[in-house]
Design a protein around this ligand. Structure first.
Ligand SMILES: Nc1nc2c(c(=O)[nH]1)N[C@H]1C(S)=C(S)[C@@H](COP(=O)(O)OP(=O)(O)OC[C@H]3O[C@@H](n4cnc5c(=O)[nH]c(N)nc54)[C@H](O)[C@@H]3O)O[C@H]1N2
Ligand SMILES: Nc1nc2c(c(=O)[nH]1)N[C@H]1C(S)=C(S)[C@@H](COP(=O)(O)OP(=O)(O)OC[C@H]3O[C@@H](n4cnc5c(=O)[nH]c(N)nc54)[C@H](O)[C@@H]3O)O[C@H]1N2
Ligand code: SF4
Ligand SMILES: [Mo]
Length: 691
């Protein structure tokens, strides 16, 4: 037996920690060992990464296709039968209701190769415009704001190694200590180097505990907060006039927007006292350089795009952008959250971060695909709108890499929509709650069993390497698309070999904003990843963007005029408490994978409602007693976790569990008008003792 170690990356979050896999038996069992030479995490891993091989085991994962039989039960079937059934039903839907009646729902955890192939499959084989993915629920607001201000969306325009060397970091709505634990090191080093850390979060999280200054606004008020701080920058004469004059456009209007947000008003809206706002401004402006990093807290709002825009305005006005060791960045979430939004599984997009509505982009990509540009459909619906159309306009759906029964907003309603479909096919590694509703379930290979690239939150393209032979009964997502394309009359154009797909992706992305054409598997291996854009094989890649110019037509960053507005749903007498939602360190997303790992379940066994002692007392619940949380959309029940670390007017629930404690039974699908991001982070609820 060859006991060689394989270098690869974690299957979970966007940090994409480097790790090695080492065989422990002849039977394909592997263990995770450190890979200290990979620079981003330098060997450190969180519990999810360390335990990831547990999901490879038979008994935990799917090992053969399932097809719903005449009694309505999911029963084992052959691959031939399962694939024929899917091809047959998709063909039928199309014939009866038209191409747009077939939908595709992808995921930001899929490799670049899969995301690319899925987008191509939808447009070329199915001819449908109805494709979107779970990344819409993730960083779409930051992506939209990036595009608007900088003309390009790469989550971090600089590598993480720059973070400890800046003067001050404002971390907005990121609980890094739980969501990317090895990255906490960068904040620790920042402080060791004399830099300052400001954390903005309604909860005093493990991350907030690290801060020099913690501001705890009422959820949904970050836009006012950022505008209030910009107001102070202007009033105190701290605007970097030269930077504004030479590197930006649109300041006058943005300035006017900020001036309407005087400090006392902002204190009233956010609950953050004026002296704290002032301290934050002084700390940030007093350091010679600075970064603002946002995550889902301010972004998952019906005004997420404007909120991120306000933080970008703040960076631009203070000259903290487009310069070394300064800038705005978004901490992207999923394993391939960055690459997954670049190569065409998004409703409005073609590979290379091109626009589906751009005639030149259509010509270029159609050329690579060998099809007529006019045959490519136009933009489709956004993720929530697509899910909401199920059973109505969209009659059949293929899901690859998402578990919306748990993770979609207003999940009770979405579950009903999924049940009302004529046909549902799900490709997954486990029998997720969404797969359990399917007519056909396809078991697919996992990260350790296949190769492929991901693009980390830094914009660094990385290579996952196959380390183990998959079980007999499973196939890769690429093999699935290859086979389905064949059955649907496209025998060519859907190779199952990842590197072959990547080479085509390189050509399709060439000349686009996210240009991968100079990146090869061999280079990624040799160089610990390559930062896009990388337009040719001699190009070194681009770790730092915007230092000379922004990616807009005139090279200037654009201020965007924004003003505060309330959340889509405000508290009232009937629903007097704010619900916000998020994550805990030991579970990942819908929990489909991590709820199947014993060690993680022991650490985070189930849902809970985090609430302040005053609120707990008012409703008469003690620690661990059941709390009922009700919103206009549904009800959830979970044990109380009482802590002074949360505001008195707010409760927090993690969203990792289905069933009674499902946080998304409550959430509000109000959408951001630009990004179509749902408002996961704020809705109005009533909390009571459940008895
Ligand atoms: N353990 C773990 N790690 C993960 C994931 C996981 O599921 N589990 N998922 C990955 C993915 S896909 C993502 S997107 C990232 C997400 O990473 P984060 O954004 O760090 O995670 P969240 O817990 O969703 O939200 C962060 C914080 O936002 C705060 N917050 C809530 N409402 C507001 C608000 O209105 N304003 C502000 N300023 N803050 C608010 C919450 O209290 C929470 O502490 O994590 C990635 N890493
Ligand atoms: N209330 C609330 N809801 C939220 C959020 C929140 O903060 N609050 N956050 C939102 C965010 S940021 C995100 S990213 C979403 C994520 O929510 P989901 O989209 O549900 O994410 P996952 O649980 O990662 O689902 C991935 C599914 O794909 C499977 N899978 C993993 N790898 C592969 C693969 O390579 N191929 C295939 N075919 N399947 C695979 C997994 O087993 C799992 O069933 O949730 C959103 N929902
Ligand atoms: S921080 Fe993210 S990438 Fe790193 S080990 Fe944990 S889940 Fe995996
Ligand atoms: Mo995410």
């Amino acid at each position: 037996m060859a006991r060689t170690e394989t270098s690869t990356h974690c299957p979970y979050c966007a940090l994409q920690c480097g790790m090695k896999l080492r065989p422990v038996t002849d039977g394909g069992v592997v263990e995770v060992v450190e890979r200290p030479e990979f620079p981003v995490n330098r060997g450190a891993l969180c519990g999810k990464g360390r335990t990831a091989p547990a999901v490879l085991a038979a008994g935990v994962r799917l090992t053969g296709p399932l097809v719903r039989d005449v009694d309505g039960e999911l029963a084992p079937a052959s691959w031939g039968e399962a694939l024929e059934r899917i091809a047959d039903r998709l063909r039928g839907t199309r014939a009866e209701h038209g191409a747009d009646a077939v939908g595709v729902f992808g995921g930001g955890g899929l490799t670049n190769e899969k995301a690319y192939a899925l987008g191509k499959f939808a447009r070329v084989v199915l001819g449908t415009s109805q494709i979107d993915y779970n990344g819409r629920f993730c960083m779409s607001s930051a992506a939209a704001a990036h595009q608007r201000a900088f003309g390009l969306d790469r989550g971090l325009p600089f590598p993480l190694e720059d973070v400890p060397r800046t003067g001050c970091v404002i971390l907005v709505g990121s609980n890094l200590a739980e969501t990317m634990p090895p990255a906490l090191r960068y904040l620790t080093e920042l402080k060791e180097n004399g830099g300052r850390l400001i954390v903005i979060d309604p909860r005093r999280t493990r991350t907030a505990e690290q801060a020099d200054l913690h501001l705890a606004p009422r959820p949904g008020t970050d836009l006012a907060l950022a505008l209030g701080m910009l107001h102070m920058v202007v009033a105190d004469g701290r605007v970097d006039e030269e930077f504004v004059r030479t590197r930006t456009s649109g300041w006058d209007e943005a300035r006017a927007g900020a001036m309407a947000h005087w400090p006392e008003l902002v204190e009233r809206l956010t609950g953050v006292p004026v002296p704290q706002l002032r301290e934050a401004v002084e700390m940030f402006c007093g350091a010679g350089s600075g970064m603002v990093l946002t995550a889902r807290g301010p972004e998952q709002q019906a005004k997420g795009t404007d909120t991120v825009g306000a933080w970008i305005n703040f960076c631009l006005a203070t000259g903290r952008a487009g310069r070394p060791l300064s800038g705005y960045g978004c901490l992207t979430g999923q394993g391939n959250g960055q690459g997954g939004r670049e190569h065409g599984q998004k409703a409005d997009q073609l590979p290379g971060y091109r626009k589906l509505t751009d005639p030149a982009a259509r010509r270029h990509v159609a050329g690579v695909w060998g099809v007529d540009p006019d045959s490519l459909p136009g933009p489709g619906r956004s993720a929530y709108e697509l899910l909401e159309a199920l059973g109505q306009d969209v009659r059949s759906l293929l899901v690859m890499g998402s578990n919306p029964v748990v993770s979609a907003p207003r999940a009770g309603h979405i579950e009903e929509r999924l049940r009302s479909l004529d046909f549902l096919a799900v490709a997954d590694v486990v029998l997720s709650e969404t797969a359990a509703l399917a007519d056909v379930v396809l078991p697919v290979t996992q990260w350790a069993e296949e190769s492929g690239t991901t693009t980390s939150l830094e914009g660094r393209v990385l290579l996952r390497q196959r380390a183990v032979t998959p079980p007999e009964g499973v196939r890769s997502d690429l093999e699935v698309l290859h086979a389905l394309a064949g059955l649907l009359g496209h025998g060519k154009g859907f190779p199952a070999e990842p590197e072959e797909v990547f080479d085509e992706l390189r050509r399709a992305s060439a000349g686009g904003p996210a240009d991968y054409s100079g990146i090869t598997y061999a280079r990624i291996e040799a160089e610990d990843g390559v930062f896009w854009p990388c337009p040719d094989e001699e190009h070194a890649g681009t770790p730092r963007l915007f230092l000379d110019r922004f990616a807009t037509d005139d090279g200037r960053a654009r201020f965007v005029p924004v003003t505060h507005r309330p959340s889509a749903e405000e508290t009232d007498a009937e629903y007097p408490v704010v619900l916000t939602t998020g994550r805990v360190v030991s579970q990942y997303q819908s929990g489909a994978q991590t709820r199947r790992v014993a060690e993680l379940n022991a650490a985070a066994p189930g849902p809970f409602v985090e609430l302040h002692p005053r609120l707990a007392e008012r409703i008469g619940v003690a620690e661990g007693e059941r709390v009922a949380v009700t919103s206009r959309r549904g009800r959830a029940v979970a044990p109380a976790r009482i802590t002074v670390a949360i505001r008195q007017d707010t409760v927090f629930m993690p969203f990792h569990w289905p069933g009674e404690g499902r946080a998304n039974s409550l959430t509000n699908p109000a959408l951001d008008p630009v990004s179509r991001m749902p408002e996961f982070k704020v809705c109005a609820v009533r909390v009571e003792a459940a008895g």
